[in-house]
Design a protein around this ligand. Structure first.
Ligand code: FES
Length: 142
């Protein structure tokens, strides 16, 4: 028996495994990051049945602008001019900033009449475009 054979046979089995594992070449595992698709809420325009999407906390007006319609008024974007007034027909929404009381009273807001630049859907939602924006949004609509 050679010296080498002696040393291998005298090694405890669990130590032999460690030695064998250390002899293996390092294997790098590529771990693909799991990225969930961005959650989006569907916003339906009652008058036309058009549907667009909003990201969470994105205002209804920002999403509506992606419809690409020339008539969609992008006004002050800070709840001051009142051009983007809509009524929430169904679904949940969250207020993203102050709305001018000159354009939306507290009672209207409590009933779901909001300025689309200051409200974001928090579920799939249906809205009705009101006031000045109605004419602009639906201009040329069949
Ligand atoms: S864009 Fe002015 S109040 Fe919404």
């Amino acid at each position: 028996m050679t010296t080498r054979e002696n040393s291998a046979s005298n090694v405890a089995p669990d130590v032999a495994l460690v030695v064998a594992a250390a002899a293996e070449p390092a294997v790098e595992h590529m771990i693909e990051p799991v990225v969930a698709p961005a959650m989006r809420y569907r916003v339906k325009l009652k008058q036309t049945n058009e549907v667009y999407e909003c990201l969470p906390h994105e205002s209804m007006l920002q999403g509506m602008a992606r419809l690409g319609r020339r008539g969609i008024p992008i006004g002050c974007l800070n709840g001051g001019c009142g051009i983007c007034k809509v009524a929430v027909v169904a679904g949940a929404w969250e207020k993203t900033g102050l709305m001018s009381r000159a354009h939306v009273s507290a009672e209207e807001e409590a009933r779901g009449t909001v300025l689309a630049c200051r409200a974001a859907p928090s579920s799939d939602i249906e809205i009705e475009v009101l006031g000045k924006m109605q004419k602009a949004v639906f201009k040329g609509w069949p």
